[in-house]
Design a protein around this ligand. Structure first.
Ligand SMILES: *Cc1c(COP(=O)(O)O)cnc(C)c1O
Length: 407
């Protein structure tokens, strides 16, 4: 039985650049680990286990004396390539990828919380994050308080006592509320809290929460990181001590592991993420300006518009207004539905950050599970729509919106 494979030899390491490269170069190059075949593109290691040359090598690997992979629930070469690349783009020490954004969100808190701990979060949140903080964690004796995104006095008050974790979503889904990340992080650190930022709406292209003082960045990689509607995934990024001492001991044993196939899709998505998000943001800015001037639209909520109540902070902490627009339609839910139904290019879908432009009615879909009171607090009325701007030509998108509005 031959164990030889044609052409296989150890892949020689080439010299690395001795200067600090741009984020876009990291997005194409960082984390790439070539096998002995010298493949150009990142390889997909779709395997659950690993073998050892002898029993001692296995024993050494399990006592951490080597960097041999052990089992794909713990680690996998393709997953490691995605994690290293995303960490390089984010400017984080380490990254752990997960099976979904919600697996990342839950693990980010569960790995540090104990019964009796207190969590403070921004009030406008993705609905599943709201459920974790207000329904699931309280079952284990974790208390919480929610603060409106731009209520500075509210943050000061909530962060004047002992708090274990602060969870921020900025911009928020769907109405793009903005939290001043540096202001809240400084307050949180005075009381010893760990600050976690859900950065799904901005993506690493537009906002770097660690540089603004946060401790941990959380992603739904399903959104802009894949950005092409193919895979569910999540990621957490932070310091060595958070990732290795808190998070990894939790996720190794609870198993929210990403499939290496999905990580392989994502490692390639990172190469084009900057191009995609930059173009989508340019188009979203143009569309937000068009909608704001339209007679049938009551109001437009977009961080890149001066009419946004926190436009100034948004533009300080983000390099663009983002890909998503909150629209308050002038008229009833029925009129809003008729407008959605009249669109010909823009799809009706509750996803966002996709190359295809998508529109949704949050009150009846993504945020339906929240009570009407909570919806009202978040500003989600029956005439609110969320438009995620994709990669189609902006002129076609404006034509589509215009014809649907003149119906
Ligand atoms: C989609 C989303 C999530 C959840 O991510 P999944 O990948 O769907 O589990 C969390 N937060 C925000 C802001 C999101 O948009």
């Amino acid at each position: 039985m031959s164990k030889e494979v044609w052409g296989y030899h150890e892949h020689p390491k080439r010299r690395e650049p001795d200067w600090e490269v741009h984020s876009q170069t990291s997005a194409v190059r960082d984390g790439l680990a070539r096998s002995g075949f010298g493949e150009t593109s990142e390889a997909l290691y779709l395997n659950s286990g690993f073998t050892y040359t002898d029993a001692q090598e296995a024993a050494d690997a399990f006592t951490d004396q080597t960097d041999h992979f052990l089992y794909s629930r713990f680690h996998n070469p393709t997953v490691a390539m995605f994690e290293k690349r995303l960490a390089a783009i984010e400017g984080a020490e380490h990254c752990v990828a997960t099976a979904s954004g919600m697996a990342a969100m839950f693990a980010s808190l569960a790995c540090i919380l104990e019964t009796g701990d207190h969590v403070v979060a921004s009030a406008a949140m993705f609905s599943s994050c709201h459920v974790v903080i207000t329904e699931i964690l309280p079952k284990w004796g974790v208390t919480y308080e929610l603060v409106k995104a731009n209520d500075k006095a509210g943050w000061e008050k909530a962060l004047s006592k002992k708090v274990k974790a602060v969870f921020i979503e900025s911009p928020s889904n769907p109405l793009l509320e903005i939290v001043d990340i540096r202001f809240v992080s400084d307050l949180a650190h005075k009381v010893g809290a760990t600050v976690i930022v859900d950065n799904a709406m901005a993506s690493p292209v537009l906002q770097k929460p660690l540089a603004l003082g946060a401790d941990v960045v959380m992603y739904s990689a399903t959104k802009h990181i894949d950005g092409q509607g193919r895979v569910l995934a999540g990621a957490l990024l932070g310091s060595f001590s958070y990732i290795y001492e808190k998070l990894i001991p939790f996720v190794r044993h609870t198993g929210p592991t990403i499939s290496s196939f999905n990580a392989w899709v994502l490692v390639k998505s990172l190469e084009t993420m900057d191009l995609r998000v930059t173009r989508m943001t340019e188009s979203a800015q143009t569309i937000a300006e068009f909608l704001e001037g339209h007679a049938k639209i009551k109001s437009v909520r977009y961080p890149g518009l001066p009419s946004h109540p926190d436009h100034k902070i948004a533009m300080q902490q983000m390099s663009g207004g983002g890909t998503t627009i909150g629209i308050e339609f002038g008229g009833s839910q029925k009129d809003a539905f008729a407008f959605m139904d009249a669109l010909t290019i823009i799809d009706i879908s509750n996803n966002l950050g996709d190359s295809k432009s998508l529109i949704t009615h949050p009150a009846s879909t993504t945020h339906r599970r929240l009570s009407t009171d909570v919806q009202a607090e978040m500003g989600i009325s029956p005439s609110v729509l969320r438009l995620s701007v994709g990669l189609e030509h902006v002129d076609d998108l404006i034509k589509d919106l215009n014809q649907a509005l003149s119906n």
